[in-house]
Design a protein. Structure first.
Length: 333
């Protein structure tokens, strides 16, 4: 019987792609999702168990029924604006829920977790090449809650032998090249799908927030990683975690995932226009409060330890794959 992996948030954008990668690698991904932002239609590669992470009894039932060998934890609230307005929702929905998950998995005898964290734990590190040694200074409850979960994993590692791999990264883009699953948020907040919405008339135009940044073209720069590269890193992390001798009982290993370069808003717009052969309707607006000039992350450690290389994380590949999905892909429920 192939080993099962419990994938929290497996009906979401990144989680559904992770489930596809897990199935292709010989695992059985068991999606656990409450569908507050995920989609039942995205669960295509293994069993689906609907439930909330705060429901300890439901989690215990799922662990008993499926007996997973590890957990891949993607489920989280992740909207920065909402986190600023309602921090309690994020501390309950991310931190308290993750505590319930960790306690349930340990009670079931599961000791291995791959945790999807965020570079938002670093706060505003403008112009710095982020790595695993960079100081953390989150600016909101989203970044703060993710940092708290990282601390929780270390604490439970020391006390209960929990072993974990933690990944931090910035923006995820692109889609499954075969267009079985893709990026579909409602409402949409990510740059590339917003551009594609403007291209096919689902929204009137793409607004550039700030054109006077000290960058070559005046727009801010962000690091992007292709979703398939990202989930490949999680798969590599899972296999590394489960291999004998890599982590002692109770160990935690942290990896940053990025290209180290980043792309400006205008670069993304120009590439989207070239790939689709359509002009992108654009309006220009003022800077948004708190937006940094340049946020990028390196990935030297992930390459050295895990052998991870972001092969699809070029702008042309990310937009081409996203456009392929965008033209036909959507979830009804």
């Amino acid at each position: 019987m192939p080993p099962k992996i419990l994938v929290t948030g497996g009906a979401g954008y990144i989680g559904s792609h992770a489930c596809k990668a897990l199935a292709a690698a010989g695992y059985v991904p068991v999606t656990y999702d409450n569908l507050c932002t995920g989609w039942r239609d995205a669960v295509r590669f293994g069993p689906f168990e609907r439930g909330d992470l705060s429901d300890r009894a439901r989690l215990e039932q799922v662990f008993a029924d499926h007996r997973p060998v590890a957990v891949m934890h993607f489920a989280a609230l992740s909207q920065v604006g909402e986190a600023m307005q309602d921090p309690g929702k994020y501390w309950r929905g991310n931190v308290c829920a993750s505590l319930t998950l960790i306690e349930a998995m340990l009670a079931a005898g599961v000791r291995d977790m791959v945790f999807s964290s965020t570079c938002a734990t670093y706060g505003d590190q403008d112009g710095v090449m982020l790595d695993e040694t960079t100081a953390q200074a989150p600016l909101n409850a989203y970044g703060g809650s993710k940092r708290a979960i990282e601390d929780m994993l270390r604490d439970f590692g020391a006390s209960h032998g929990l072993r974990s791999v933690i990944f931090r990264y910035f923006n995820v883009a692109g889609a499954d090249p075969e267009a079985e699953v893709g990026e579909f948020h409602q409402p949409e907040t990510h740059l590339i799908p917003l551009i594609l919405d403007a291209l096919d008339g689902r929204r009137p135009a793409l607004t550039i927030h700030g054109t006077d940044y000290p960058t070559p073209d005046g727009t801010c720069i962000r690091d992007y990683v292709h979703v398939m590269d990202l989930v490949e890193a999680h798969l590599l992390g899972l296999n590394w975690l489960r291999a004998p001798g890599h982590l002692p009982q109770g160990g935690t290993e942290l990896f940053c995932l990025g290209t180290g370069r980043g792309f400006s808003v205008r670069e993304v717009l120009d590439q989207a226009g070239q790939i689709t052969s359509r002009p992108v309707p654009v309006t220009e607006g003022p800077r948004r409060p708190g937006d940094a000039v340049k946020l990028v992350s390196g990935s030297e450690k992930a390459g050295r330890v895990l052998g991870w290389q972001p092969q699809r994380s070029t702008l042309s590949c990310m937009i081409s794959d996203a456009w392929r999905w965008h033209q036909t892909g959507h979830y009804a429920g």
